[in-house]
Design a protein around this ligand. Structure first.
Ligand code: PLP
Length: 383
């Protein structure tokens, strides 16, 4: 099998599994308990928080654990809307955000907020000019993702955050696809809030974090027993956070060499796939995630390609995995200006730590064959 869907989720790393084992089995105390058995678990959570903070160049007190990237995104938007909603009712998000942001923005619209959706260039970039033009006197929050999950484009977050701050607004970035894959330094980015998710970089599924810059007025999203300094209640996922921190620490240590390796594999894959007639690569060719290849093959259905490729031992996706149950063309591909019929032919191949040269050979053997077979069956191609 060739697993080329690392943007959907990744294999749990060995480092993560080892870090988790003690808390899955023997050390099962509750971090809130006063006795020393509980304190062991408490120490594990605080140790993980310290590791995450070091990697992100944050203070440990600025890292809050959540259940996933989706929760972090929901919390960032709703938490700021609740605390700053009296100051202003305008929120800006990009038009290519993940549904965790878009659906939360939609919810806030129903609560009386105005939402502006920033356009992107044909490479999927949010320009500083677009943000400058969208800022209004009562804008309280701007949210633009660091790396896009569908087309892999990286955004000029530092410049965008500066514009938001100049106008007195807070800045959030969804860095779920970026953390563990490119250097992410919250100070250098200048953001107030940043979402991440463990399972995108070799950590377990079901755990994430939200970086909240000290002094950012953020209302809690989940109320209860007062864990996470009263800002995110719920008994901590001790094994999960230990695994996530171990995975991230390892990914960051390996990053310089691993990025170079992935970029070489990715570029060989894209160049090979571009030899297929009427194909194109989407997103920014240079400013993109190291292991991310996103393609369009005209006159084929993305979903049909995914199913045929599955039969050939390839795991990949068409557009975003999270919306792959829908047959609507992806909002991201439409936002970069592709017509409906072309956006349908998208294929996303995301490489990871386990991807080898042989996997690229396999993909370059099987994808052209599958595209050719599907085109033979396509009435549009025949026409
Ligand atoms: N944001 C982005 C950009 C994503 O790609 C994803 C998942 O694919 C999420 C948020 C949601 O993360 P999670 O699966 O941890 O809820």
């Amino acid at each position: 099998m060739t697993y080329a869907d690392n943007a959907a989720t990744t294999r749990l790393s060995d480092a993560a599994l080892s870090a988790m084992m003690p808390y899955l089995k023997n050390s099962y105390g509750n971090p809130s308990s006063l006795y020393s058995f509980g304190q062991e678990a408490h120490d594990a959570v605080e140790n993980a928080r310290g590791q995450m903070a070091r990697v992100l160049n944050a203070q440990p007190g600025e890292v809050f654990f959540t259940s996933c990237g989706t929760e972090s995104d929901n919390w960032a938007l709703r938490g700021i809307a609740e605390t700053l909603g009296k100051k202003g009712k305008h929120i800006i998000v990009s038009s290519i955000e993940h549904h965790a942001i878009l659906h939360t923005a939609q919810y806030l619209k129903g609560q009386g907020f105005r939402v502006t959706y920033l356009p992107v260039t044909d490479k999927g970039v949010v320009t500083p000019e677009a943000l400058e033009n969208a800022m209004e006197a009562d804008t309280i929050l701007v949210s633009v993702m660091l790396a896009n999950n569908e087309v892999g484009t990286l955004q000029p977050i530092r410049e965008l955050a500066e514009i938001a701050h100049k106008h007195g607004a807070k800045f959030h970035t969804d860095a779920v696809q970026a953390v563990g894959h490119i250097p992410v330094d919250v100070q250098a980015l200048g953001v107030d809030l940043l979402s991440l998710s463990g399972h995108k970089f070799g950590g377990p599924r079901g755990v994430g974090a939200l970086y909240v810059k000290q002094g950012t007025p953020l209302a809690p999203f989940i109320l209860g027993g007062g864990q996470e300094k009263g800002r995110r209640s719920g008994t901590e996922n001790v094994a999960g956070v230990a695994g996530m921190a171990a995975a991230l620490t390892e990914a960051v240590a390996k990053m310089p060499a691993e990025s170079r390796r992935l970029i070489a594999l990715r570029d060989r894959l894209i160049a090979g796939l571009l030899e297929i007639p009427r194909s194109r690569a989407t997103g920014d060719p240079v400013n993109r995630l190291p292991g991310h290849a996103s393609m369009i093959f005209e006159c084929v259905e993305g979903e049909s390609m995914v199913l045929r490729l599955d039969a050939e031992g390839v795991c990949c996706s068409s557009g975003s995995a999270c919306s792959s149950a829908s047959l609507e063309p992806s909002h991201v591909l439409l936002a970069i200006g592709l017509p409906h019929e072309i956006a349908h032919g998208s294929l996303r191949l995301t490489l990871g730590e386990d991807t080898t040269e042989q996997d690229i050979d396999h993909l370059l053997d099987v994808i052209p064959r599958v595209v050719a077979t599907l085109r033979e069956l396509s009435p549009i191609w025949a026409a």
